[in-house]
Write a protein of this length. Sequence first.
Length: 161
Amino acid sequence: MSRPVPYEADARPIIEVWERLPRLARLRFSATPGPRSQTGWAGTGEARIDTSRDADGVRLHEAGLFTPSVAGSPVAFRNVYRWSRHGHRLSLWHERFGRDAAVWLFDLVATGRDRLETVEPHPCGQDRYDARLTLTAEGFDLRWSITGPRKDETLAYRYAP
C-alpha cells in the first residue's frame, strides 16, 4: 500500500470508529494467500467479541474458530486487541500475551470520510503488516496486508455489533 495522505477535513472518521469500538460483538474474516505466498494460509473465521474499556483504551477480546480452506478441522483462536486514541490517530496493540507484553502494531489516520490507513507498516522480522479500515453501516472492515520473503497474505475482517 502507498503511504496515506491524511484527511484534513476533520476527525469524524476517528471519532466514528472510537464510538463503535465498545459496541462490537462479532467478527468474520477470511485469509487469502497471494501469488508469492509460501504459507498458503487460507480459510475463514468467526468470533464473538467481548469489549472492555479503561484508561488505556478499548480492548476487543476475540474468541472463535478458524476453518482452513483445505481439509482440516476448525481451530480455536483467541486474541486481545487494544485500541487507543491520540488526537487524530488510533493506535492498535496486540495483547495476546497480556497487557504487560503488548505489541504495538501501528497507528491509523483518516484518509477519507470513511477510511483510515496505517501511517507506517508494522515490521515483524522481515515481514510487513499494513492495514486499511473502512467504516460500514454499523461497524467497520479492517483489511490487513502481510508481505515478506515467504508471505503474501490478505486478511479481510468485518467487525459488527
